[in-house]
Write a protein that binds this ligand. Structure first.
Ligand SMILES: Nc1ncnc2c1ncn2[C@@H]1O[C@H](COP(=O)(O)OP(=O)(O)OP(=O)(O)O)[C@@H](O)[C@H]1O
Length: 248
């Protein structure tokens, strides 16, 4: 982690009619940081993440992502980020290698680089025997690890992960987090939403959103001190219990 700021937001706001989904959120994220973005259902996490990825125009406020302005630099932003969501990841009807080639191609990698990177990726993941198998036939945990690796194949400055480990067992989640640490060690900033509080502990810093507003932002250790809590679960409960919004 360095002191270089790669995500800077200032009073970033998104309204849907009269409803304020994300209300004046302000924070900085540093290069190589693992930044956890937490909140109860409906808190406004996905709305914020869509704005940061250049997919949704803010109603007001400012932000720069990888040095590019959120209003005028959305195409540049998209080139400098990777994205992975539990809801959308890989094509189930393509093989492991075909998915690597397809997504690597979209991210602008040449065929020669893709061949090299694809080979070393399946080796790193221990998936040599699966390279020609359909992704649909792989266990969920493997799909998620592959999906994450594909999202950073083009070595983006920032990778956005929207609940990347939903539905898998704790051991596979731990392995997934080893990949996250490797990426952060290489200088890739990781912006991650999760509902798992053990994963919150793995982040360098965490924001907690409640009803569209940032209620807390600090390291897990400092947050636990601040709320006299022994676990992040207790911190989360303390902050989120007054939330008015419910899941859709
Ligand atoms: N296009 C939209 N039009 C109107 N309201 C919306 C729209 N998108 C989101 N919202 C509302 O904004 C609020 C925040 O939604 P968002 O999806 O950002 O929450 P979230 O924190 O990501 O929750 P979850 O963990 O359930 O995905 C919700 O009340 C949701 O209903």
């Amino acid at each position: 982690m360095t002191n270089d700021i790669v995500i800077h937001t200032e009073k970033l706001t998104k309204r849907f009619g009269d409803f304020i989904a994300t209300n004046e959120i302000t924070f900085d994220v540093y290069s190589g940081e693992i930044f956890g973005f937490l909140g109860a259902n409906g808190a406004g996490k996905t709305t914020a993440m869509k704005m940061l990825c250049g997919l949704s125009r803010p109603s007001s406020g400012n932000a720069t992502i990888a040095g590019y302005d959120i209003y005028t630099g959305t195409e540049k932003i998209k080139k400098n980020i990777g994205y992975m969501s539990q809801k959308f990841s890989l094509y189930e009807d393509l093989t492991v290698m075909e998915n690597i080639e397809f997504f690597g191609g979209i991210y602008g990698l040449t065929k020669r680089i893709l061949k090299e990177k694809g080979q070393s990726l399946v080796e790193t993941l221990g998936m040599q025997r699966e390279a020609k198998k359909l992704v649909g036939d792989l266990p969920l945990g493997w799909k998620q690890k592959l999906s994450f690796s594909v999202a950073i194949l083009h070595e983006p400055k920032i990778v956005f992960l929207d609940e990347p480990t939903g539905g898998v067992d704790p051991i596979t989640r731990r392995q997934f987090w080893d990949l996250i640490y490797d990426a952060a060690d290489k200088g890739i900033t990781v912006f991650v939403t999760t509902h798992y509080m053990d994963e919150a502990e793995y982040c360098n810093r965490i924001t907690m959103m409640v009803d569209g507003v940032i209620k807390a932002l600090d390291s897990p250790t400092k947050l636990k001190q601040q709320f006299s809590a022994t676990t992040m679960d207790e911190v989360f409960f303390e902050l989120a219990r007054g939330a008015k919004r419910k899941a859709d």
